[in-house]
Design a protein around this ligand. Structure first.
Ligand SMILES: [Zn+2]
Length: 277
């Protein structure tokens, strides 16, 4: 078993960037319980523990679920309050989200330390790096929002590929920086860089390639996987989308993704990010 960290971005399917503006929330169930409870059972079956980056709106709507996650030994971390990407916020509105998350968590799971943050849609970039100052002020120890390659929506291509202390450009290291950054795991073969770490890529790339890439990447530094409960839920509603967005959002959703996650659980010894750091 290879040591690794598992992270779960706990949000409703309607928080996903390609769906956010296309779902009428008043008309549909959020399916958070239906998607997350079976995932918790699966993790327990493999004695795996994870970091749950929770959206504040989800904690507000499902306090018992969050209490059960913490009671099962998983780490509670923050995925914003509303899941708006950082490029839609500024320092003041971001700080308001962080404060609201802290106050809600203090009521629902008192005495639970919150060390980690992940920006919705990996929206941390040099232009939004003010977020790191806010996190440090609120007692966070690490951020996990850098995607160290270029993708259509996000990415910091020259960023280090292992945990580091980031300067404001997210590329240069600042040894006296207050926060750790744990970037997503990517694997390079020659000129090609593959995001073998989760989400759509974990659903779409061939599984042997993912396992090989992750194993190679683990030889270089700690690897982190990310996934969303809605990706394993066969009941995730199919919202009409343009063909490309439909492929990215729904390809290999449900049982196919669940089987892939089981393969990972068989190969890797997963701990929460806080414990691996
Ligand atoms: Zn998210």
């Amino acid at each position: 078993m290879i040591p690794a960290a598992l992270s779960v971005d706990l949000e409703s399917y309607w928080h996903a960037e390609l769906l956010r503006s296309r779902v009428d929330r008043g008309m549909m169930a959020d399916r958070v319980e239906e998607a997350t409870r079976p995932l918790l059972d699966l993790l327990a079956q493999y004695q795996a523990r994870a970091t749950f980056f929770v959206v504040g709106e989800v904690m507000e709507a499902h306090p018992q679920l969050i209490q059960d996650i913490v009671a099962a030994g998983h780490e509670l971390a923050c995925h914003g309050y509303t899941h708006r990407p950082l490029w839609e916020l500024d320092e003041a509105t971001f700080e308001a989200e962080i404060r609201r998350f802290r106050d809600l968590a203090a009521r629902i799971v008192p005495q639970t330390p919150i060390w980690g943050f992940r920006a919705p849609t990996f929206s941390l970039s040099p232009a939004t790096a003010w977020a790191l100052d806010v996190l440090a002020r609120y007692g966070y120890h690490y951020d996990s929002s850098v995607f160290p390659m270029k993708t259509p929506l996000y990415g910091v291509p020259r960023a280090p590929r292992r945990p580091y202390r980031p300067g404001p450009d997210l590329v240069t290291e600042a040894p006296d920086g207050r926060l750790w950054e744990w970037p997503m795991t990517v694997w390079s073969v020659g000129p090609v860089t593959l995001p073998v770490c989760g989400g759509f890529y974990l659903r779409a790339l061939p599984m042997p390639l993912i396992l090989h890439g992750l194993t190679r990447a683990a030889g270089r530094g700690p690897v982190v996987i990310y996934l969303h409960p809605w990706e394993l839920d066969p009941g995730t509603p199919r919202v009409p989308l343009p063909p490309r967005d439909r492929f990215i959002t729904y390809y290999h959703l449900g049982d196919a993704m669940r089987r892939r996650v089981e393969r990972l659980l068989q190969h890797f010894d997963f701990l929460p990010m806080r414990e691996r750091l």
